[in-house]
Design a protein around this ligand. Structure first.
Ligand SMILES: NC(=O)c1ccc[n+]([C@@H]2O[C@H](COP(=O)([O-])OP(=O)(O)OC[C@H]3O[C@@H](n4cnc5c(N)ncnc54)[C@H](OP(=O)(O)O)[C@@H]3O)[C@@H](O)[C@H]2O)c1
Length: 282
């Protein structure tokens, strides 16, 4: 028989899912960690694949609230996620916290179609709409890799500014919302504390890494061509289009969302990068 778990976390090996699992378990919340690569050391982890519906029932059994990370770079995630929402509803999941994106409205493309389905399947839902993650500049992300190996970060964002957010701040918001006695059904646009151009991010990386990093802005068509060498074409097209939006100023704003839910301000880019690179050196 499957043990009862209060909370299911999908994308549990990723930027927001991993710290969310840690936060929930630190609070003593029974948490099932789901991904395609569950850790063999985690007996509360389950194999879960958005493109394999046979993995859904095990994931939702005994679950009250679920955190959903859509399959990354899928231009039409609703095709995989709608059958999951049906399975969750059948199993009695009553609350969903969905990870969306700042630029995607309900009813809009990609995850916007999933957002529109939530009221049909669960009583309580919150859509988190974060801006770009600070973690895109650490680990094995292409910006981090290029900063390390070439001393550059390349975008098509020009001087456009983004209020980058720490993925762990998103996890802190999600942990509160998954465990609160009740939630208001709403969309929350989440940002970090300040909007920064990629040139400013390169300056912070220069300080933190102790070697020069500069921002190179290229036309969106060139950026798409470069990305397509490392990922499927639809993903490259999507990322290039998003950079065009940054260049147009769409991400140049901050919101009070993190502080409103967690009671503390979001972390700065410098704080997060210093902590990440210090940890890497140890
Ligand atoms: N990165 C950003 O700046 C940003 C900004 C706003 C919104 N978002 C949104 O955040 C989401 C996550 O993006 P991310 O870049 O931060 O990735 P991530 O969460 O670090 O990694 C993706 C997670 O999803 C899991 N996953 C991937 N394919 C899966 C599949 N077919 N079935 C089940 N699980 C799968 C991965 O685990 P396994 O590989 O172990 O399955 C991993 O845990 C995306 O939907 C993205 O649109 C990202």
């Amino acid at each position: 028989m499957t043990a009862t778990h209060e909370v299911l976390v999908t994308g549990s090996t990723g930027n927001t899912g991993r710290p969310l699992v840690a936060r929930l378990r630190a609070q003593g919340v029974p948490t099932r960690a789901a991904s395609r690569h569950p850790s063999p050391d985690d007996h509360e982890a389950t194999r879960f694949d958005w493109y394999d519906p046979t993995t859904f029932d095990n994931a939702v059994a005994g679950v009250r609230a679920a955190y959903l990370v859509p399959p990354p770079l899928d231009p039409d995630p609703v095709a995989a996620m709608a059958p999951f929402l049906e399975a969750a509803q059948r199993s009695g999941v009553s609350r969903v916290v969905l990870l969306g994106a700042s630029v995607v409205e309900t009813g809009g493309p990609a995850v916007g179609q999933v957002q529109a389905l939530l009221p049909r399947h669960v009583q309580e839902w919150v859509v988190l709409r974060p801006s770009w993650f600070m973690q895109n500049f650490v680990g094995d992300h292409h910006h981090a890799d290029s900063a390390r190996t070439l001393g550059t970060i390349t975008t098509a964002a020009g001087d456009g500014r983004v209020a980058f957010i720490d993925a762990d701040d998103i996890a802190a918001v999600a942990a509160r919302l998954l465990t609160a006695p009740t939630v208001t059904n709403e969309e929350l646009v989440l940002t970090g504390p300040e909007a920064l151009s990629h040139t400013s991010v390169a300056e912070i990386l220069t300080d933190v890494l102790g070697r020069p990093v500069r921002h190179v802005s290229v036309p969106a068509s060139e950026f798409e061509r470069q990305l397509a060498a490392t990922m499927p074409a639809p993903g490259a097209k999507l990322l290039a289009a998003l950079d065009r939006q940054i260049a147009a100023g769409v991400e140049d704003r901050t919101t009070p969302g993190v502080e409103r839910v967690t009671g503390r301000p979001p972390k700065s880019m410098r704080t997060v990068l210093e902590a990440a690179f210090d940890a890497g050196r140890r």
